[in-house]
Design a protein around this ligand. Structure first.
Ligand SMILES: *[C@@H]1O[C@H](CO)[C@@H](O)[C@H](O)[C@H]1NC(C)=O
Ligand SMILES: *[C@@H]1O[C@H](CO)[C@@H](O)[C@H](O)[C@H]1NC(C)=O
Ligand SMILES: *[C@@H]1O[C@H](CO)[C@@H](O)[C@H](O)[C@H]1NC(C)=O
Length: 357
């Protein structure tokens, strides 16, 4: 028994010291397959999802190919972390990190209620705690804490609190309870609690993405936009939400340490290619590659949907999610973007700082 323990420590400890772990929390923009293990309709496990993935198979990613966590992993030279619910994520593999994200969830528990069985934020954080207990069993408490402290963390959540809650149906419960400005303040205050909890659980490098331009996705063009214009109400939501998120993150950094939370202005980044798709090599930012109805924006992307032949020409893969090519641009900006996009600094600066210490 003792011999086994020593062997385990010897084989795991150096790994923990070398590779930087990566943890992912959030919604469908970053889910890489957790929902495949759940009884929910919020899933991307059938074709043509994954059509441009290395295996050409659906994986649960809401993308034609790679998603944002995959591309961040590619940029920082690590393996993209596995879905936490995967039975294959065990043993030594745990040391590379884990992806806890779940399509459909929001900051609030009542967001995505129609998807029933999804991993809500508080549960993703509980799983993170459980993960740390499991890793402690492998490498001990001290090494586990170090692994978590030194890890990169990505948090992408918030869009669904508008799309799949406040604006889900006319006269939704939340829209009767709150004016939009008051709702944004409430959502941000709940988000703050989640980030503090993440800090308490040991996260020290947390990339927090804003929402996209919510009113401009093909689904909203089809549902609410007039003549292909972005939906005014959802654009207004994004315009209120994102600056307050940046402000809240600044306050957190002032309180907890200057470079712990990093705000990525994904609204600004996405607006670039949505308002000028040709400049980014896209032929359209209005029409989804996979879907049906106006802008291919109605319903889900399924085997019987319209499907474009060249996904790289489309900013949107399905009615809500960017194509791999658009994701690449987002991650490029996260890595190398100026302070207009990345606050207080970009990821390459963070990586350089961390390699020095
Ligand atoms: C969400 O639900 C969990 C579990 O019931 C609870 O602990 C948490 O406080 C809830 N969060 C909010 C914002 O209501
Ligand atoms: C960031 O910039 C560096 C140096 O210019 C470059 O090598 C790297 O590929 C860029 N990373 C991304 C993700 O664009
Ligand atoms: C972001 O990253 C690049 C390196 O890829 C660097 O040259 C640039 O100064 C950084 N910008 C800021 C504002 O940190």
């Amino acid at each position: 028994m003792l011999g086994l323990l020593v062997l385990t420590l010897a084989s795991f400890a150096p790994l923990a010291a070398e590779a930087r772990a990566f943890f992912v929390f959030g919604d469908s923009l970053v889910d890489n397959g957790n929902n495949n293990y759940l009884a929910t309709t919020a899933r991307a496990d059938s074709p043509p999802y994954g059509i441009d993935f290395p295996t050409r198979l659906p994986t649960g990613r809401f993308s034609n190919g790679l998603n944002i966590p995959d591309l961040i992993s590619e940029a920082i030279g690590t393996e993209s972390p596995m879905p936490y619910l995967s039975p294959f994520l065990k043993g030594e593999k745990l040391l590379a990190g884990a992806n806890f994200a779940s399509a459909g969830i929001g900051i609030l528990n009542d967001t995505g209620i129609q998807f029933v069985n999804i991993i809500r934020m508080y549960k993703q954080l509980e799983y993170f705690q459980q993960y740390q207990q499991r890793v402690t069993g492998l490498i001990g408490a001290e090494q586990t804490q170090r692994l978590v402290n030194e890890a990169l963390v990505l948090m992408t959540v918030g869009g669904n609190d508008f799309v799949n809650n406040y604006y889900l149906v006319p006269f939704s419960a939340r829209s009767r309870q709150f004016s939009l400005p008051d709702y944004v303040v409430y959502v941000i205050s709940e988000y703050r609690k989640l980030l503090v909890r993440l800090y308490d659980l040991g996260a020290r490098r947390v990339l927090v993405t804003g929402s996209g331009p919510l009113g401009c996705v093909p689904a909203e063009l089809a549902l609410r936009g007039r003549n292909g214009q972005c939906s005014t109400e959802l654009q207004q939501a994004a315009a209120l939400y994102n600056p307050q998120l940046t402000e809240m993150i600044k306050e957190l950094n002032a309180q907890y340490g200057s470079d712990i939370f990093i705000a990525a202005n994904t609204r600004e980044m996405s607006t670039n290619f949505i308002s000028n798709p040709e400049a980014f090599g896209f032929t359209t930012s209005k029409m989804a590659c996979c879907g049906q109805g106006p802008y291919n924006g109605i319903g889900l992307c399924t085997p019987s949907s319209n499907l474009c032949s060249n996904r790289d020409e489309y900013a949107f893969w399905d009615p809500f999610h960017p194509s791999e090519r658009a994701n690449r641009y987002l991650v490029q900006q996260m890595m190398n973007g100026s302070t207009e996009y990345m606050n207080p600094m970009n990821l390459s600066t963070i990586l350089a700082m961390d390699s020095r210490t």
